[in-house]
Design a binder for this molecule. Structure first.
Ligand SMILES: [Zn+2]
Length: 349
């Protein structure tokens, strides 16, 4: 996307460069027509931030050009909320958002002009950038400037500490929708991460038998806390009896496990987004058992905001740590420990 913005005063941001994330001063984007600048108050450090730091997005660009991986420093951070610093100008049909309005940023930045955007598939825009993944400037920064269509006001009564989960929750809702959970009696969600737990919480709304399958005790005890059905991965038989398995890690091992857990003509939803591509999966088993594999990315924020505002889903137990803005590198290290699902970063007050 052509961001018609130019350099201006500096801001502090979590910058990923050559596999390391450091707090660095970077130029702030100048305000431009059709864009909104948000002063970030809260952001999450999740497995997606770890994968971005490992080169997710850079690999995608490499595969398109067959060149060396792109090592451009980038600001990480896909899940954030804040307050409008500069309201939109020049876009006649934009929601009126005044300075100080509390907003959530949708991480999928689309152009609004291509054939897919015009046919209602803005999340699959041809010029799509994912905030903090392949957009050069993500949300773990003092300010983030995004297309006006990418921000949604936070409803009254929803605090920022919950609102900031809207982006990962939108992935969970999309994964459940893609898998058609309500029609599948035996449905498992496989993973030990934030999206695995959120996906199970959404799945049980439609199918109370849906269960979380996880490798770590720490994940299973959080499932217990949420009152959702759960099973340790090593106790799960390889009988291939599940109608649906939603996999949230994106690792080769996990996708292979998902394919083994599903019955003939069953469905696997790949909702994990990992930098560690390519994956090796026994595709002959997928072919012979006629397993259907579906991809799943981000969904709209609407359903996520509704669930958070009504407290149908309260993600508070998933805030494993609370750290200050300058501690983002420490937050990424903490994610390696089992039972650390998300680190809440207070960027500003
Ligand atoms: Zn587009």
């Amino acid at each position: 996307m052509a961001h018609s913005v130019s350099a201006s005063p500096a801001m502090c941001a979590a910058v990923s460069s050559d596999g390391a994330v450091t707090m660095t001063m970077v130029p702030r984007a100048l305000h431009a027509d059709g864009f909104i600048t948000v002063r970030v108050t809260h952001a999450l450090v999740t497995p997606l931030e770890r994968e971005a730091a490992r080169g997710l997005g850079a690999n995608a660009q490499r595969s398109q050009t067959n060149d060396a991986p792109v090592r451009e420093p980038r600001v990480i951070g896909h899940a954030a909320c804040g307050v409008v610093e500069h309201a939109v100008t020049g876009a006649s049909n934009a929601t009126p958002l005044t300075r100080g309005t509390r907003v959530i940023v949708h991480p999928v930045l689309s152009c609004g002009a291509c054939d897919r955007c015009r046919s209602g598939l803005a999340l699959h825009c041809r010029a799509r950038n994912i905030l903090g993944v392949d957009a050069p400037r993500g949300a773990l920064a003092e300010y983030v400037t995004v297309p006006a269509a990418s921000v949604t006001p936070i409803p009254h009564g929803l605090d920022e500490e919950r609102a900031v989960f809207a982006a990962p929750l939108s992935r969970a809702i999309e994964a459940v929708r893609r898998g058609g959970v309500e029609k599948k009696t035996f449905a498992s969600i496989l993973g030990d991460d934030l999206v695995a737990i959120l996906t199970t919480l959404v799945a049980v709304e439609e199918n109370p038998l849906a269960r979380l399958v996880a490798a770590h005790d720490a994940t299973l005890s959080v499932a217990e806390q949420f009152g959702i059905r759960h099973r340790a991965l090593h106790e799960t038989g390889q009988r291939g009896d599940q109608e649906l398995v939603i996999e949230t890690t994106g690792s080769a091992e996990s996708i292979a496990s998902a394919a083994r857990m599903v019955r003939a003509r069953g469905h696997v939803v790949v909702a994990g987004i990992s930098a560690r591509a390519p994956v090796a999966v026994d595709l002959s088993h997928v072919a012979l058992d006629e397993i259907e594999i579906h991809g799943s990315g981000f969904g709209p924020l609407t359903g996520a905001i509704e669930r958070l505002a009504s407290r149908a889903i309260d993600p508070s137990p998933l805030i494993s740590r609370r750290l200050g803005f300058t501690d983002v590198p420490r937050a990424l290290t903490a994610l390696a420990e089992p039972g650390v699902f998300a680190v809440l970063v207070q960027v500003s007050r």
